[in-house]
Design a binder for this molecule. Structure first.
Ligand code: ADP
Ligand code: ASP
Ligand code: MG
Length: 410
């Protein structure tokens, strides 16, 4: 008998009919003789609706109270799914994050899981019950309710699977696996049979929101076999697993895009040691995460420094940078919110040359200007004008032979 953790996202539990369909699927798994722990998200749109309510009262709602509010979405679905299961004759019990004792740090709205007790869950499983756990939420050392950041139910599922030493963690969603690019943007994208933890982590970090980044980190660290599947149709899905030889032959696993970033430039800074620190120090002190950084020295011995931040942090970063520019005697500050980051990801890059130039050529052929570039061992990212998002992703997808029927996945 195996222990399976299944996670169902917002669309999959978006109505009573869908909750009943989830119950049927859970019962099918249970009837094959496996123990099942189910992690659910809030019904689709619910977390946004709750956020809007809070924002209707305050421009910056208190983070602790926001978590008390947002966690209610998942409390609704655990109860409804348990009721549906029992109605269909399957004994089930629901638990909130606090009841399972999913212990997190106290970083409200983006808490990290520290430990899972799980004794309650194990006890209920030995009693023959299906256990339904609320995703996205935990409790800190003081007993405050915390949430794990948007998309956090994925992380709850993988963390539960790791804590319970489950045989597999299945993420049921509205696509039937991980694709070579977001299928909403590239209709020619194809489903990957397998992808390594490392590549999936890059894809998630670079904007593929099919899995929350932390969930992939957890799965890689604890070697949890992770599968992304459709809750609407049967199929093999995509297995996320340790790298194997076959994967290394694939040059590029996928294309990711991220429209959440904005870029800022401080122009004409005197070029001397310590300037990067003087510019980026105050940004870091304000808890703003910086992603890409580019610096170049001009003929006049002054330098321009450009970096990207999350779009939500743009205004705050712009204010800070303007103060810094004044203090340093810089020429000024420019910014642009209308940018996107396009990335190609693949472990095959380690052993192949010429990938970057192929990427740049594909973009040049479409007349897309590259504003910034950054590379690491298994990815290359560029920043371009947001109006080129679709065109750029599709051009890269086809340039690397990923279009359905033409590439290794076709
Ligand atoms: P859930 O509510 O089930 O957690 P999400 O909306 O968080 O679902 O994730 C599924 C969505 O992720 C898909 O509908 C798809 O548009 C998007 N997505 C982005 N990149 C990819 C990719 N490379 N492969 C599959 N889906 C992707
Ligand atoms: N309900 C939360 C969200 O919308 C968590 C999740 O769905 O994973 O982000
Ligand atoms: Mg999700």
């Amino acid at each position: 008998m195996a222990l399976i953790v299944q996670k169902y996202g917002g669309t999959s539990v978006g109505s009573l009919e869908r909750i009943q369909a989830v119950a049927d699927r859970v019962i099918r798994t249970r009837r094959t003789g496996h123990d099942v722990v189910v992690v659910v998200s809030a019904m689709s749109g619910e977390t946004d609706r709750l956020l809007d309510l809070a924002r209707g009262l305050s421009g910056r709602p208190i983070e602790r109270e926001l978590d008390v509010l947002l966690s209610t979405g998942e409390q609704v679905t655990i109860a409804l799914l348990s009721i549906a299961l029992q109605e269909k004759g399957q004994d089930a019990v629901s638990f909130t994050g606090a009841q399972v004792r999913i212990l997190t740090d106290s970083a409200f709205n983006k808490a990290r899981i520290l430990d899972i007790d799980g004794a309650q869950v194990r006890k209920a499983l030995t009693e023959g019950k299906v256990v339904v756990v609320a995703g996205f939420q935990g409790i800190d050392g003081e007993g405050n309710i915390t949430t794990l950041g948007r998309g956090g139910s994925d992380t709850t599922a993988v963390a539960m699977a790791a804590a319970l030493k489950a045989d597999e963690c299945s993420i049921y969603t509205d696509v039937d696996g991980v694709y070579t690019a977001d299928p909403r943007i590239v209709p020619e994208a194809s489903r990957l049979d397998r992808i390594s933890y490392e590549e999936m982590l890059e894809m998630a970090s670079l904007g593929s929101k099919v899995l929350q980044i932390r969930s992939v980190e957890f799965a890689g660290k604890y070697h949890v076999p992770l599968r992304v599947l459709s809750s609407f149709k049967d199929g093999p899905g995509t297995l996320i697993t340790d790298e194997d030889e076959a994967m290394e032959q694939a040059l590029i696993a996928g294309i990711a895009h991220n429209r959440d970033e904005a870029k800022l430039t401080i122009v004409g800074v005197p070029d001397r040691p310590g300037i990067a620190h003087s510019i980026l120090g105050p940004i870091a002190d304000a808890n703003i995460e910086v992603d890409m950084i580019v610096q170049n020295v001009g003929a006049d011995k002054t330098t321009d420094l450009t970096f990207t931040v999350h779009r939500n942090d743009y205004d705050k970063a712009h204010d800070i940078l303007q103060r810094t520019a004044k203090e340093m005697g810089a020429k000024g500050v420019n910014g642009d919110k209308r940018i996107v980051k396009l990335s190609i990801i693949g472990v095959g890059m380690r052993s192949h040359a010429g990938i970057a130039s192929r990427m740049f050529k594909a973009l040049a052929n479409e007349g897309i200007n590259i504003q910034m570039i950054s590379t690491s061992e298994i990815k290359i990212s560029v920043v371009v004008d947001e109006k080129y998002l679709e065109l750029g992703v599709r051009a890269l997808h086809s340039a690397f032979g990923l279009d359905k029927g033409t590439g290794k996945n076709g």
